[in-house]
Each structure stands twice: as C-alpha cells, then as structure tokens.
Design a protein. Structure first.
Length: 298
C-alpha cells in the first residue's frame, strides 16, 4: 500500500514538473519574441477625409504619447509607432481614432517599447473634438498667431499628462480623474473644469469658469476678467490669479477651510464661514464654496 502511494505521488510530481516546463517554455518563447522583435513594433498610418459632414473627431487614447498637429491639409492622417493596431474610421458624422492592442501585448514580459502617435488634422477644422485619455500623454497646440478654433472640446483624463496651448473654443469641458494638465492661452465662451485629483495649471485664460475640485490642485491665471467665476472645492487647493483692474463681487462660503483675497475689498464682510466684498465696479461674480482646503484670490 505504501509503495503504491509513493508511485502515485511520483506521477503527480512528474505531471507538475511537465506543466512547469511547458509554462517556462512559453515564457521563454514570448520573451525571446519580444527581445528579437518577432512580434515587433511597426509603423502604420491611416487616413480619413474631413468633409463638411464630419461634425466630430473622437480620439480614444491609452498608454500612448500622442501629438495632435494642425496643418494645411484636407484629411486627417494618423501615424503610429508601437505595438497594437491603429484604427481610423468614419462612423456617420464622426471620425474615430484609437489604438487596439493585441491580447499578448496586455502582458509584460520585461520588455516595452515607446508608443508614439501623431495625428495630423486640417487647421481649418472648426467643429467638435473629444479626447479620451486613459493614460499616457497628449500634446495639442495651435500657433500664437493662428490658434486652433473649435465649437466643443471635451477632454476626459483617467491619468497621464496633457498639454494644451493656443485654443479658442466655444464650449470647453475638462474632466480629470488624476494626472497633470497644463493649459496655456485658452479662450472659451463656456469653461467647465472638473478635477478629482492631480494637478491642473491654466495660464492666460479668458472666459467664464465653472470649476469643481474634489481634491488636488487647481491654478487659474486670467489676463482679463470678462465673466463670472464659480468654484466649488471639497478638499485640496485652488488659486485664481486676476489682473489688478479686475471688477468683481466676491461671495465666499466656507464650512471648514480658508478663503483668502489679496485684493482690497470695499463693503467687506467676513465671518467664520464667509468672506464677501467688492473690488472695482463689482461687475462680475466670484462665487466660491469651500468644504475643506484653501482657495486664494491673488
């Protein structure tokens, strides 16, 4: 009986050993394939004509370094270096751009290669754009003397980094879960900013502000105050940098936090839970609400 149990145990150990050898062999195959580029990265490109019927360019990007380049052209061209498949397709009034990864690219075998995507769009395209960034980086900018002009620009960031520069937008909607966002020279008829965590820095902004900060840090610098500012801060920190001649009426409410203002205020009223006052003519409203954290007007 004892000998039979030993034999059965040996058979089980042998099967386990064979299974381990198979797994090790598969690992070596995939690892060497990556090392010797058997599943090599490649450059591929795709195009779509941007007609007057195209109302939206929809970009779904993840784990890719992306540069959006406006230039003198009539179509959209995307050039991709990296693993996965570049997809550019027309879907009704929308042109969609995305990267589809093969199943074996979702595993890490100790080797990675930078993914780089360049998207060339007509500089005359002035309709709508959606950018969904799961992770990675996006750079999108116009020229100082020829800014990008769009109707709606909707940006959704899970994580990663985004740089926007020289844009004129009728409606700007920016939702950031985490990551780092830098915006330089943005003019909007409607500006909505939502920050769950991370950091958002905005320089040379013109337009109304509707901002909600759950945590993280939001800094907005405005060359000219031309509309109302509404900011709700749950936690974290936010600053609003205004020109010295800004005309505003401040209505500040705070549950547990701080609201500070470097501007001299007339008709100032300050209590434990509020800060109100007026600077200049008081033309534009600054409505601030702090649950926890700090808002500074400077």
């Amino acid at each position: 009986m004892y000998i039979e149990d030993v034999k059965k145990g040996m058979k089980v150990l042998k099967r386990i050993l064979i299974l381990l050898l198979i797994i090790t062999g598969l690992y070596i195959i995939f690892h060497q394939a990556a090392q010797f580029n058997w599943f090599k990265s490649s450059q591929n490109e795709n195009q779509a004509t941007i007609t007057n019927d195209i109302d939206l360019i929809d970009m779904n990007l993840s784990s890719v370094s992306t540069t959006i380049i406006p230039e003198d052209r009539k179509d959209l061209k995307a050039v991709y270096n990296g693993k996965g498949t570049l997809i550019v397709r027309e879907n009704g009034d929308t042109v969609e751009v995305s990267i589809k990864n093969k199943w074996f690219n979702s595993f890490s075998w100790g080797f990675s290669k930078k993914k780089e995507l360049k998207i060339y769009i007509p500089e005359t395209y002035d309709r709508n754009m959606d950018i969904d960034l799961g992770s990675g980086r996006v750079n999108f900018s116009g020229q100082a003397d020829n800014p990008v002009k769009l109707k709606d620009l909707n940006v959704n960031i899970g994580s990663g980094q985004m740089n926007l520069k020289n844009l004129i937008v009728k409606r700007f909607d920016h939702d950031v879960s985490s990551g780092n966002v830098q915006i330089d020279s943005l003019k909007a008829d409607s500006g909505k900013f939502q920050l769950s965590s991370g950091k958002m820095e905005i320089q040379h902004y013109t337009g109304p502000v509707d901002a909600t900060v759950s945590s993280g840090k939001l800094d907005i610098q405005m060359d000219k105050l031309t509309d109302s500012v509404e900011l709700n801060l749950s936690s974290g920190a936010a600053s609003i940098d205004l020109p010295k001649n800004a005309d505003f009426t401040l209505n500040g409410d705070k549950s547990s936090g701080i609201i500070s203002c470097d501007f001299p205020l007339t008709a100032q009223k300050q209590t434990k839970h509020s800060l109100d006052g007026k600077h200049g003519s008081g033309k534009y409203k600054l409505d601030l609400d702090v649950s926890s954290g700090v808002i500074k007007i400077k």
